[in-house]
Design a protein around this ligand. Structure first.
Ligand code: ATP
Ligand code: MG
Length: 750
């Protein structure tokens, strides 16, 4: 569970502790009138996340009380989205429409209590009678109807005897209440409309304020979490339940701030307009801020969950920078996906002194030393490079190929330009080049100075692919809708050239096209004959330059190491550190790069090394956890120091705690400044190494999952991870994974 508790979790925890509820039951209650968007993702994470953190459950409830806008396709889309995000509603998919008969009974009860009446004013009159913020309203003359008359009218409303708008059912509360919502709110209205589930049975439909609290009550919800705009509705929520005497472990409503993201429209109604108007190809158009859109674009569920986690839960509305969401997907894909080469705008290069052909073994994960996986790159006399990786008359600071400046072909040789071929209009159509045989990547014995490496593909073997480049759908920071559409939000490149292994190996669905960005094989359009890739996100935030003001926090989130275009050369001091880290200290080059290039990080690391001789362990935590903290605050603001980090790593090294727990301890250190040893002691986080403590848990997990045991025994080795995971989860991450692994294997084999 997370260490920093938000206000909702604090409430839930207190309620469980005081015994107010035995179980926390939440619900995610969308109206099925459109596809869910990223704002809904936040609500899903909160409701399902809290339920799972406290071992309760979360219902998926379709709040389908408005027959004219709702549809089953949206119900399916909502289920898909929740499932894709990794949440489970068990058997609990509910529909408010299923409660219509019960709600009707509750309304009748209110009438019998004299607490509700049928009003027959027009809509306009109702508005006038309500008064204003400074002026009390007055009750309609129909407020005096007898209970019998109200019961009779309400029944006939239900039977369909009246036209839309002729009558409404209202609560009798207080026409002079300070909270305007309490001035006899509407409970039911007449709607002669077909409902996608209830059919034509009903001519009246309950209002949100009446249906929602009762649906919560019927389902046994404990915490009804909604967005801030419902704050004033809370009084009605309470009034309905209390007046009906539904007070035994009844639900209470809590509000949090709605998610708003700049350059993004967040309303199903406005998104529906784009779909209907054809400005996008559908709800799952990769430019749409819908969960289906992000998914089709190539965002991972993890990245969206991370985003929701990062933005936190607050009680004040605020705007999040869309760059933060983009940061999350980059961050997720950076170390995960294979890196390959694709040329979007090909320029032919003929290497005149190269004859024959060869295949170069190239790692798919060139920056991730521990991860294995490589492909064969065909290399030959004719290749293509990116058109803008060559300039005849380069500006200062241009590091790529020019008539005077050689360049490295990524994973291959260094080439230099010998001759430029142009067409009649003076456009460059081909480069005649020369390569240096002794300059091959990995065994370069030439002493040619180059400043960058560029992507390329072999002309004969390259495959043509369609690449779809997306930019923001809205050009305006606070878009209203259609009128703010960015006309250049989609660019289709029909004949990009990609190295063949991407198509033939199909190692993954997502790739980093080196120096271009992250791409995703379009799940709908991609075929082997006609491969289509969506650009998920660029390698760095290219909009930040165009924006005038960027929040501090975000500036520091933009990776300091430039990945696109030229790699900024290291200073001598940085280079010396890098060499020491990769040499003597045996760090992998990515971690060494991160540390060496950042003065704060390397000083911190060096300081910690003085305390503890554990270069790899310290480097991991400094380059990840500490670096993350330093992205949002200054060194002087850190609540922990190098000595404490070394104490933390020492506990991992001597197996007092697992590395997973170490992360949890770190979070606490970062937040409270407590000493790590103390945290481990007071929280009882010491790693469990003793098999006699672990074995009973393994037995329990095995007993609970007979199907998976059978599958494992039948040869599904992948399930080993499942069992290990379950055991670790049961111990709250405290069991020693290595020992668990060994014991599980032993147990399952016996
Ligand atoms: P929209 O205006 O997009 O239709 P809504 O609030 O009407 O949004 P619902 O389907 O009623 O959409 O919402 C389901 C749940 O999701 C509600 O609890 C609502 O508060 C929450 N929700 C909707 N939009 C956001 C948002 N931008 N940020 C956080 N939660 C949201
Ligand atoms: Mg709505």
């Amino acid at each position: 569970m997370r260490e920093s508790k938000d206000f909702l979790r604090t409430i839930v925890e207190e309620d469980l502790k005081s015994g107010k509820y035995r179980e926390v039951i939440t619900r995610f209650p969308p109206e099925p009138n459109g596809f869910p968007h990223i704002g809904h993702a936040k609500s899903i994470c909160i409701n399902f996340g809290i339920a799972s953190d406290y071992h309760g459950h979360c219902n998926l409830r379709m709040d389908d009380t408005n027959p004219t806008k709702e549809d089953t396709q949206y119900v399916e889309a909502l289920k898909d989205a929740v499932e894709w995000l990794g949440f489970d509603w068990g058997n609990n998919v509910f529909f408010t429409s299923d409660y219509f008969p019960k709600l009707y009974d509750y309304a009748t009860q209110l009438i019998k209590m004299g607490k509700a009446y049928v009003d027959s004013l027009t809509e306009e009159e109702i508005r006038q009678y309500r008064g204003t913020v400074t002026q009390a309203g007055k009750r309609s003359k129909y407020g005096d109807r007898s209970i019998e008359e109200n019961l009779d009218l309400f029944e006939r409303m239900k039977k369909g005897e009246f036209k839309d708008g002729e009558h409404v059912l209202r609560a009798r509360i207080d026409m002079s209440a300070a909270n305007m919502k309490m001035r006899d709110p509407l409970l039911y209205r007449i709607r002669h409309a077909h409902h996608f589930r209830a059919g034509d049975e009903w001519s009246i439909y309950p209002m949100y304020d009446f249906a929602h609290c009762l649906a919560d009550y019927i389902e046994g919800i404990s915490h009804s979490i909604c967005t801030l705009e419902f704050e004033n509705n809370r009084d009605i929520y309470d009034w309905v339940l209390d007046t009906l005497g539904l007070t035994m472990s009844r639900p209470y409503q809590y509000e949090f701030a709605r998610l708003g993201i700049n350059y993004t429209v967040m309303s199903k109604r406005k998104l529906l307009e784009l779909v209907k108007g054809g400005q996008v190809s559908g709800w799952d158009d990769p430019r749409m801020p819908t969960i289906a859109g992000y998914r089709r674009r190539g965002y991972t569920a993890e990245s969206i969950l991370n985003f929701c986690d990062q933005i936190g839960i607050a009680k004040a509305n605020s705007m999040v920078d869309v760059a933060q969401l983009e940061f999350c997907i980059r961050d997720d894909l950076n170390t995960k996906v294979p890196r390959v080469m694709c040329v979007l705008d090909p320029l032919k290069v003929t290497i005149e002194n190269y004859n024959g052909s060869e295949e170069i073994d190239a790692s798919y994960y060139p920056h991730d030393v521990p991860k294995e996986g490589s492909r064969k790159l065909p290399f030959s006399r004719e290749i293509y490079i990116e058109r803008d990786d060559f300039i005849e008359n380069p500006p200062k600071g241009y590091f790529r190929l020019t008539p005077k400046q050689p360049v490295r072909l990524r994973h291959a040789y260094i080439i230099s330009c010998k001759e430029i071929i142009k067409d009649a209009n003076g456009n460059v159509t081909e480069i005649k080049a020369e390569y240096y045989p002794e300059s091959k990547s990995g065994s370069d014995t030439s002493s040619i100075k180059i400043k960058s490496a560029i992507q390329w593909v072999s002309a004969k073997e390259a495959k043509a692919v369609e690449v779809r480049l997306y930019d923001r759908l809205f050009a305006n920071e606070a878009p209203e809708g259609v009128e703010d559409i960015n006309p250049d939000s989609l660019k289709v490149i029909k004949n990009a050239l990609i190295e063949p292994a991407v198509i033939t190996d199909r190692l993954d669905e997502r790739f980093q096209f080196e120096r271009q960005g992250y791409f995703y094989a379009d799940p709908t359009l991609y075929t082997d004959e006609n491969p289509v890739f969506n650009k998920i996100v660029s390698l760095k935030d290219s909009w930040s330059k165009k924006r005038k003001v960027i929040p501090e926090v975000l500036i520091s989130k933009i990776p300091k190491v430039q990945i696109d275009g030229e790699v900024v050369p290291m200073s001598e001091a940085e280079q010396a550190l890098f060499d020491k880290y990769t040499g003597e200290l045996k760090l992998n080059s990515e971690i060494a790069n991160t540390l060496a290039r950042d003065k704060n990080l390397s000083s911190f690391y060096e300081e910690a090394l003085k305390q503890l001789d554990s270069p790899v362990g310290l480097a991991n935590i400094v380059s990840n956890e500490v670096a993350r903290e330093l992205k949002v605050r200054e060194v002087s603001q850190l609540k922990f120091n190098a000595k404490q980090i070394s104490e933390l790593v020492k506990m991992v090294d001597d197996e007092t705690i697992s590395s997973k727990i170490a992360k949890q301890v770190f979070e606490q250190m970062a937040k409270s400044g407590e000493n790590p040893i103390q945290i481990v002691e007071t929280k009882g986080l010491i790693q469990i190494n003793d098999p006699s403590k672990i074995l009973p848990i393994i037995d329990e997990v095995i007993a609970k999952n007979p199907d998976n045991v059978a599958k494992f025994k039948a040869g599904n080795g992948k399930l080993l991870g499942f069992f290990v995971g379950q055991v670790l989860k049961t111990t709250g991450g405290k069991a020693n994974p290595k020992i668990v692994n060994e014991l599980v294997v032993e147990k399952l084999k016996s």
